[in-house]
Design a binder for this molecule. Structure first.
Ligand code: HEC
Length: 272
């Protein structure tokens, strides 16, 4: 091999990936214009521009800082690249009580929502979190139905079924606490005994996050969001933890998109 071919090879092996993975996507995505809804199919001409703000934005920065994106993606891939849309809860919900089928693939605009970083993710060691908020809502709803059955709560009023929110309100402190569920997960994802196979998630490799919690004295009735209590001490989430949990429970990438971008262009099917 001559020195010249060696250098050509070197340029090609670094230059091509740079071109394909950085230059081309940057060129095509840097000035994305928001797509418009279509008058005929969507009966609206608004712009599709998802936004997010406040505490969820702080939570997004903490998500970045903790490296959660190393193991968790936030992308529902198109069908030619995977079976994502059809995985339960991954690309949205099949039977959303208000909107019907909300499943769809993730698009570039989902990331132009004011978040400083697009947490696309490095790998999928953990489950995709793009629609974690929806999965959590589904879990809360099913747990609340169980609790309602246990206390004999009527799920209908004057023939109209109660909404998930009304059921939660009626259950009071017996209702499923979404925040507490995620606090507990972040505190100790792997349940007590890693060798006991009967224990749910004895195998989890999600990181535990002691940096999100502080130990305080346990006085009176104790904190409602304590993840662990031992004698006169309790472990409570700190501000960073509250911010990242607000972010996580709001993760929903299933907003209505213009007809042209729907995974199922059959409108009747998409609306079911
Ligand atoms: C080493 C890889 C890894 C890292 C880093 C990681 N996770 Fe996980 N995560 C997992 C795995 C594996 C699971 C599935 C097992 C489980 O639920 O515990 C999971 C599950 C989860 C779940 C529950 C998902 C569901 O659908 O039930 C949440 C929420 C979560 N992780 C949040 C985080 C956050 C927030 C961070 C950053 C602070 C993080 N993870 C960092 C691997 C990881």
């Amino acid at each position: 091999m001559t020195v010249k071919t060696f250098f050509y090879g070197l340029i090609a092996s670094f230059g091509l990936p740079w071109l394909i993975m950085l230059a081309v996507p940057f060129g095509t995505m840097r000035s994305l214009e928001s797509p418009r809804f279509d008058e005929v199919n969507d009966e609206s001409t608004a712009l599709y521009a998802p936004t997010r703000g406040g505490r969820t934005e702080n939570g997004s920065l903490i998500y970045a800082q903790e490296g959660c994106a190393m193991c968790h993606s936030q992308v529902t891939r198109p069908s030619y690249a995977g079976n994502d849309v059809f995985r339960e809860g991954q690309g949205g919900t099949k039977k959303n009580p208000e909107r019907g089928d909300t499943r769809r693939i993730t698009n570039a605009w989902d990331f132009s929502n004011g978040e400083k970083r697009a947490h696309i993710g490095e790998s999928r060691i953990g489950p995709d979190l793009g629609n974690f908020g929806n999965r959590l809502d589904a879990l809360a709803s099913s747990e609340n139905h169980k609790a309602a059955a246990a206390v004999g709560l009527e799920l209908e009023k004057d023939g109209v079924p109660l909404t998930p929110m009304q059921i939660a309100v009626a259950l009071g402190d017996k209702a499923f606490d979404k925040e507490l569920y995620v606090y507990k997960h972040l505190y100790k994802p792997r349940k007590e005994n890693p060798t006991d196979k009967r224990q749910e998630k004895h195998w989890s490799v999600c990181q535990s996050n002691p940096q999100f919690f502080t130990k305080t004295g346990n006085y009176g009735q104790g904190a409602v969001d304590a993840v662990a209590v031992k004698c006169d001490k309790q472990v409570v989430p700190n501000d960073n933890c509250r911010a990242i949990v607000s972010y996580l429970i709001n993760l929903k990438k299933d907003g209505a998109v213009p007809y042209a971008m729907q995974y199922s262009k059959d409108k009747k099917k998409a609306g079911k």
